[in-house]
Design a protein around this ligand. Structure first.
Ligand code: ADP
Ligand code: MG
Length: 399
């Protein structure tokens, strides 16, 4: 995979696939406002490098779940404005149809943003010819393709894979860093290699456990995932999250862990509540004593200490999924404890998962103390599942 440093970009037009899929809310004047511009900021190293090197930029990205037609709520207008502010230079937003003329009229150093690429149904089409037709239109706008949207590299889509085959290409700074960090973890992690998994959906993350159980030294399970494991051990879990159809799979993982000498740790105590609410009555109980009618919403204090002790002396820690319902203050302590233990550890520490990254910001843990906070939840999960990511594989074909 080539990097930006391998490219001659002065005077050339560079098509950048970015991930500007930012959260939006309704603004005061009927428009939409960006509530977290982290993804735009994450692209700045690549964009400023290319601008300073004298390239003309054409940026392509998607926003939200556009379904192949224009909808004003999913226009990139707020993104163009915010990017312009961050770059200190205007960013011209254009429809795909007008893009050839708009790009031709711009100068080196200028930035053009093509409107939400998912307004075009061919972007996500399952029919290769349709995607390739869109890719050809995009490729005709530029001389070089730079892939910098890590959040989409697990997708086989026109602006991610098909267009990369039509132009000389390279990974941008962000994709390069993500691929290097996750590639290193999967091939040769510093040991002990510890993975902390939580969040709300067991079934989404089963593939990750299945792949990692042959690689890790310790697997710490908290969050909503933990209750399916506790139930698999025969404990009552009350009204806690439970994926009853996964009990056998989970039992299989527990056996595999035992055979391989992987230390699989589950919560030993739980913060339970009588309702899914910030003002619910709460108690701390042992993990095998969740009463009927109550639900587990966080790992308890003894579990926090246990998990922290297993993180402290690790060589590598990868964390995906909050330990509790951190959005509500009474259930944020477990997530804070894991985040803080990682921040304090001298291990290589990586956060993958949108909500886990958000938790670190919301709970005010120093982001600078982590080796890497991934910008791509889905892509990083697929990396940990051991899958080939099509948007990275295509860069390795070396067009
Ligand atoms: P990530 O985005 O980091 O991969 P997920 O999307 O899998 O994480 O899960 C995040 C959600 O899991 C959070 O909204 C959090 O409130 C929820 N969660 C964590 N623990 C529990 C629990 N015990 N019960 C219900 N929801 C939980
Ligand atoms: Mg999530």
């Amino acid at each position: 995979m080539k990097s930006l440093d391998d490219l001659e970009v002065a005077g050339r037009t560079v098509l950048v696939r970015a991930d500007f899929n930012v959260p939006l809310a309704d603004g005061p004047d009927g428009g939409r406002v960006i509530t977290d511009d982290g993804r735009i900021r994450a692209a700045l190293p690549t964009l400023t490098y290319l601008i300073d090197a004298g390239a003309k930029l054409v940026i392509v990205c998607h926003l939200g779940r556009a379904k192949g037609e224009f909808v004003p709520e999913l226009s990139l207008l707020p993104v163009a404005d915010r990017l312009g502010e961050l770059l200190g230079a205007p960013v011209r937003l254009t429809s795909l149809a007008d893009a050839p003329a708009v790009v031709a009229a711009e100068q080196p150093g200028d930035v053009v943003l093509v409107e939400n690429i998912r307004f075009d149904a061919r972007e996500t089409s399952k029919v290769a010819e349709e995607r390739q037709a869109l890719a050809a239109e995009l490729a005709a706008l530029a001389d070089i393709y730079v892939s910098d949207g890590f959040g989409v590299v697990h997708r086989n889509q026109a602006s991610v894979t098909d267009v990369a085959r039509l132009l000389p290409n390279a990974a941008g700074r962000l994709v390069h860093k993500e691929a290097t960090v996750f590639g290193g973890i999967m091939s040769d992690p510093a040991r002990p290699f510890v993975v902390v998994l939580g969040g709300s959906k067991v079934s989404d993350k089963l593939g990750v456990i299945g792949n990692l159980i042959t690689r890790v030294d310790r697997l710490l399970i908290g969050g909503g995932m933990a209750y399916t494991f506790l139930a698999a051990m025969g404990y009552g879990v009350g009204n806690s999250l439970l994926e009853a159809d996964q009990l056998d799979t989970v039992r299989g993982f527990m056996e595999q862990a035992k055979e391989r000498g992987v230390e699989l740790l589950l919560p030993v105590d739980i913060v339970i509540a009588d309702a899914f609410a910030a003002d619910a009555a709460t108690e701390v109980v042992d993990a095998d004593k969740i009463p009927d009618g109550w639900m587990g919403l966080d790992i308890g204090p003894r579990t926090r200490e246990l998990f922290a002790s297993r993180i402290e002396d690790a060589g590598t820690v990868v964390w995906n999924g909050p330990m509790g319902v951190f959005e509500m203050e009474p259930f944020a302590g477990g997530t804070l404890a894991v985040a803080q233990a990682m921040a304090d550890s001298s291990a290589l520490t990586v956060i993958g998962g949108g909500d886990s990254a958000a938790a670190v910001r919301i709970l005010d843990v120093d982001e600078g103390k982590f080796t890497h906070i991934s910008t791509g939840g889905g892509a990083s999960l697929e990396f940990l599942e051991g899958k080939t990511l099509p948007g990275l594989a295509v860069l390795e074909e070396g067009a």
